[in-house]
Design a binder for this molecule. Structure first.
Ligand SMILES: [Zn+2]
Length: 399
């Protein structure tokens, strides 16, 4: 294993060449960054999950007096979204430089940010810092954000409690201080398969799933839109949600025994999510009881699994602090663009804010390119981010 190249574009490309689609884990990127930060003199800690492929990294540059108290956390995720089903004109895991841009999966979301921190690592190491700089790199942000939840515990375990977190999700280097929460779920409805001509011996799972779909849209989504808070700083100023995937049924003449629904809601950060989840759980429990009570005496097939079940995929906390937060104001002082804009996409920043840090989203690249085919990062954004990181080092240095 060798360290990352120190030239910024080469460093970005080196990370983009590693396929760390969420399901494959983050280990190759984590290992390379670990090597790079360790070579620069940071205290590094790798945390590997039991599956052996999902890993977090904490790299710390203590203050000049050796202290790890407070300081700034530079946070990012090492996983990326899949490319399946997308039409790319450049190979997604063979980074390509063209027209002042580097193309590749994860270019803006968010390996460029990680690569640039690695590039300035020797500068951080040689600075006489008044406060420590910590780097936190996580797994699975694109799925559950459980890597960031794990990181919070790992930082605490290391005695690290940063004052400020800069989360380098693509924001065109604007300091974004607020985003909605993102809450996603899977509901499964199991009925009894039967030939449709023998209806009384079956149990139609779609019928119960349909009740849930109607409940969710009317009692949760419409209710929050009509009676919940509004905030015009968001492109969509209220809480949104929907059942966005329905899978179920096999044939017109067969009573369907299995339906899976994927649904989500994105709430203004001031909305308490727990009571909404409780309301959803109560409806699932009601439908579960109704389905079990409807099992016929002589079912046409196995009835042992009949019922409704809810899986919470993730509850990604909103970021509420806004443009006046300590982190947002500090980011602007370091050269980030000020903005009152609030965004609808979720990030790990809400998790860090809930853990007691002042958090802000500030990173190179445009969210419009994230997750898309031909994802790229422009040289201009790389330069802006590098300048930002160097301003941070200078600001925390004793001259
Ligand atoms: Zn991201």
């Amino acid at each position: 294993m060798t360290a990352l190249p120190t030239e910024p574009r080469a460093a970005v490309s080196a990370l983009l060449a590693l396929d760390t689609t969420s399901v494959k884990g983050t280990l190759p990127v984590i290992a390379l960054l670990e090597e790079t930060f360790a070579a620069a003199g940071a205290q590094v800690h790798r945390f590997v999950e039991p599956d052996g492929v999902k890993a977090n990294l904490v790299a710390s540059f203590p203050a000049a007096d050796g202290s790890l108290e407070g300081g700034v956390l530079l946070a990012g995720h090492a996983d990326c979204v899949p490319v399946e089903g997308q039409v790319w004109t450049t190979p997604p895991f063979t980074p390509t430089e063209r027209d002042g841009r580097i193309y590749g999966r994860g270019a803006c979301d968010m390996k460029a940010f990680l690569a640039l921190i690695a590039c300035v690592a020797p500068e951080i190491a040689s600075a006489r810092l008044s406060e420590p700089i910590h780097v936190g790199v996580t797994w699975d942000e694109e799925v559950t954000a459980d890597g960031a939840r794990a990181l919070v515990g790992q930082l605490a375990q290391l005695g690290i409690h940063p004052r400020i977190a800069f989360v380098g999700e693509p924001s065109n280097m604007r300091a974004i201080g607020a985003h909605k929460s993102m809450n996603s779920f899977t509901a499964t409805f199991r009925g009894i398969a039967a030939h449709s001509s023998l209806l009384p011996r079956g149990l139609n799972a779609i019928r119960y799933a349909a009740q849930f779909i109607e409940f969710f849209h009317r009692e949760v989504v419409d209710e929050l839109r009509e009676n919940g808070p509004r905030d015009d700083a968001y492109p969509v100023p209220y809480t949104t949600g929907g059942v966005n995937v329905v899978r179920g049924g096999i044939a017109r003449n067969t009573v369907p025994d299995l339906v899976e629904l994927n649904f989500e809601f994105r709430a203004l950060p001031e909305i308490a999510v727990a009571p909404i989840v409780a309301k959803i759980e109560a409806e699932i429990a009601r439908l579960d009881a109704e389905m079990k009570a409807a099992v016929p005496a002589d079912p046409a097939s196995d009835a042992s699994l009949v019922g409704a079940e809810l899986e919470i995929v993730t509850l990604l906390a909103g970021l509420a602090s806004g443009p006046e937060s300590e982190a947002a104001r500090y980011a602007v002082r370091l050269g980030a663009h000020p903005t009152g804009e609030k965004v609808t996409y979720g990030t790990e920043a809400g998790i860090y804010e809930a853990a007691g840090m002042s958090a802000v989203v500030v990173g190179p690249g445009d969210i419009a390119q994230a997750h898309a085919a031909d994802e790229y990062i422009s040289y201009e954004q790389l330069d802006e981010c590098l300048a930002f990181l160097r301003n941070l080092i200078a600001d925390l240095s004793h001259g």
